[in-house]
Ligand binder design. Structure first.
Ligand code: G3I
Length: 381
């Protein structure tokens, strides 16, 4: 107990020191000292937190999380298979700790995710013989889940990725078990139950490859149908698992405009910039894609060449210029992980690679990309 208290006090002091430096900086030359401070008038700056950030994290990492981010998303711990693995078993321990951490850090929490085809146990969709259940049974199970999960965090959470990745890239519906059982109706039910469970939470549809225009059209169509049914939906999340030179800024901008013009908020929900070669020729973030690791696919295991680091930083700068241009439309920009060592991109689409996707390195030090996006703001201050 004593150790835990000492730990909390140390982390608190660390974050306080960081924010005091910021305050001093503000007095002296008005230069912001953290991402959350620099972008405070533009949009929330977020990160995803996993088990290791909550349980096995260093004081330096805790202080960084507290100082740099204004919103946090549970990377895995609120997914169905983690939070509700058996019909009558809920694992609220880690998610509760995340909510407490965010509250101590004066951060908002964005919940992820209530209805997703992946990381969801088979029992949701099947009867005791392994056959797909009927629509009414699916809806009853979804309502039970959403009531318990979104209901528990009612008032403590900014919003939810209510439905995640329901589309193929051509804008058609993914043939998930949800879809096989209930067609598109499962989407409307998820939004209906979420709005009932937490009437003040912001409700989002979230997907990857949202630069593909047929996909963003599909997402806007979903959101419009939800709204036309008299249900509530606030925004559309563009995940942002992108590369150094793809997709083009123009395509991303077109998507932001389409979402906004249809009357929905935009969030960049899972931003990371992959620097590794793509011999597998895949796009997006379909977690079931899996390939062999080899030297050709993992060229920077011993360090990142300066030229690639520069290109990575320039890409972040261009993206944040775009986000600032559309800050009236964008509510949140969340990085998918705290630092390079934490990123899922080290293990996808091939396990055990060394990627450099984020703006903090494996030692938790800010990278050139961080300096670029901070400089963007000090230039406009
Ligand atoms: O915790 C276990 C560990 O006990 C085990 O030893 C290890 C060996 O495989 O696996 C660990 O779990 C992994 C988990 O990440 C934590 O690292 C899972 O296998 C792995 O599948 C899981 O991947 C997550 C993935 O979603 C699937 O849920 C990534 O962390 C997470 O970043 C990723 O996030 C998704 C978003 O939710 C939706 N959009 C796409 C995005 C990237 O796929």
């Amino acid at each position: 107990m004593k150790m835990i208290k000492t730990y909390i006090v140390t982390v608190f002091l660390g974050a306080l020191m960081w924010s005091c430096q910021s305050d001093q900086g503000q007095h002296e030359d008005e230069t912001p000292q953290s991402l959350r401070e620099a972008y405070a008038d533009d949009f929330l700056i977020g990160t995803a937190l996993g088990y290791s950030q909550l349980i096995a994290s260093s004081e330096k990492e805790q202080a960084l999380i507290a100082a740099q981010f204004s919103v946090v998303t549970p990377e895995n711990m609120m997914k169905w298979e983690r939070i509700h693995p058996e019909p009558y078993t809920f694992n609220f321990g880690l998610p509760d700790s995340l909510i407490e951490l965010a509250s101590r850090n004066n951060q908002k929490v964005f919940g992820h995710t209530l209805a997703w085809h992946s990381q969801t146990p088979d029992w949701l969709f099947e009867d005791s013989l392994g056959n797909l259940i009927d629509t009414a049974t699916l809806f009853a199970r979804m309502e039970h889940h959403i009531n318990n999960v979104a209901g528990r965090y009612k008032g403590k959470i900014l919003g939810w990725d209510v439905v995640n990745e329901a589309l193929n890239n051509d804008g058609s519906y993914r043939n998930s078990k949800y879809y096989q059982i209930a067609g598109e109706e499962f989407i409307f039910k998820a939004f209906e139950y979420a709005a009932k469970a937490d009437p003040n939470a912001e409700l989002y549809y979230n997907d990857y490859s949202m630069n593909v225009q047929s996909k963003v059209d599909g997402a806007v169509e979903i959101a419009t149908k939800v709204r036309d049914k008299g249900l509530r939906i606030d925004g559309i999340g563009m995940q942002g698992h992108w590369g150094i030179d793809r997709p083009s800024i123009d395509l991303i901008e077109q998507s932001i405009l389409k979402i906004h013009d249809a009357g929905f908020k935009v969030a960049i929900t899972e931003l990371d910039i992959d620097v590794l070669p793509n011999p597998y020729r895949i796009e997006g973030a379909n977690i079931s894609d899996s390939f062999e690791n080899n030297a050709e696919a993992n060229p920077y295991a011993d360090g990142l060449p300066d030229s690639v680091n520069q290109a990575h930083a320039q890409r972040y700068e261009e993206l944040f210029k775009l986000f600032l241009k559309h800050k009236d439309k964008i509510d949140r920009v969340t990085f998918w992980g705290v630092h390079d060592g934490h990123s899922w991109k080290n293990d996808w689409p091939a396990r055990g690679r060394t990627n450099y996707c984020l703006v903090f390195d494996r030692n938790l030090d800010p990278k050139l990309a961080y300096d670029k996006i901070m400089t963007l703001k000090s230039e406009t201050h």
